[in-house]
Design a binder for this molecule. Structure first.
Ligand SMILES: C[S@@+](CC[C@H](N)C(=O)[O-])C[C@H]1O[C@@H](n2cnc3c(N)ncnc32)[C@H](O)[C@@H]1O
Length: 223
């Protein structure tokens, strides 16, 4: 068994949560308060989040997408493959260190998507980016926790309840789509999306994409 090394520990801004970057052989992982948030070992469902959330933008030259948060850049890289040459892709990432890790140690895993000129990064809470950009995005790809409940910070829970979903809806253009990633099924969340007036589909995807792996869940909800 290869030993896992702790590379860096940072405090999540605005909370007491500790985020760590760890390495085990060639594999890197990000943890929050001792719970794994993600690893470089599997990225199939992170890629599927972009494919499902941006399917309606395929073939369009422009469009604006919000990716929250950056993680290891897999969703961002897949988004860049889905949108056109004049598209703009904004990333909202809460933790400055995650941005730094993606520019060096983690960058190669997703092919350094931050170098793409269509990308801009806001080091900010995605909730604030949503609030300050009404009627702006054609797609919003949300993967800030392990599912529709605050994990990286408790206040993320707000996003998945009526008030937060209302702000998400306002940030979308007409017919815009929000896609939400989850490690688990959540029928009550599905119902809240419907109650907010979204047209909702639940997708089950393998953690390793077509290669299988444990089941992850993605909701696509169209305004
Ligand atoms: C599971 S990872 C995202 C994985 C990403 N989809 C990928 O493909 O690598 C979650 C990310 O969201 C960030 N995050 C958590 N809460 C946030 C918030 N409120 N606003 C912005 N980013 C947030 C975390 O710091 C972390 O980088």
């Amino acid at each position: 068994m290869i030993k896992r090394e702790l590379l860096q520990t940072v405090t999540v801004p605005g909370s007491t949560a500790q985020m760590t970057l760890q390495r085990q052989g060639k594999e890197y992982s990000i943890w929050v308060d001792g719970v794994p948030l993600m690893t470089t070992r599997q990225s199939g469902s992170e890629v599927a989040l972009a494919e499902l959330g941006c399917a309606h933008l395929k073939g369009k030259a422009d469009g604006e997408v919000l990716v929250g948060g950056l993680g290891m850049g897999f969703t961002l890289a897949a988004t860049l493959g889905m949108v056109g040459p004049d598209a703009k892709v904004k990333v909202a990432e809460l933790v400055p260190a995650v941005h730094e890790w993606n520019r060096d140690l983690l960058g190669e895993f997703a092919g350094f998507p931050l170098k793409d000129l269509r990308v801009s990064v806001d080091i900010a809470d995605v909730a604030d980016v949503l609030r300050s950009n009404p009627n702006r995005f054609d797609a919003i790809l949300l993967d800030v926790d392990n599912g529709p409940s605050g994990m990286t910070q408790d206040k993320n829970t707000w996003l998945y309840w009526p008030e937060g979903l209302g702000v998400v809806a306002k940030a979308l253009r007409p017919k815009g789509v929000v896609a939400i990633w989850s490690a688990y099924s959540d029928p009550a969340f599905h119902k809240r999306l419907l109650q907010r007036g979204f047209k909702v589909q639940e997708h089950q995807v393998g953690a390793r994409g077509k290669g299988g792996g444990s089941r992850h869940f993605i909701w696509t909800a169209q305004k």
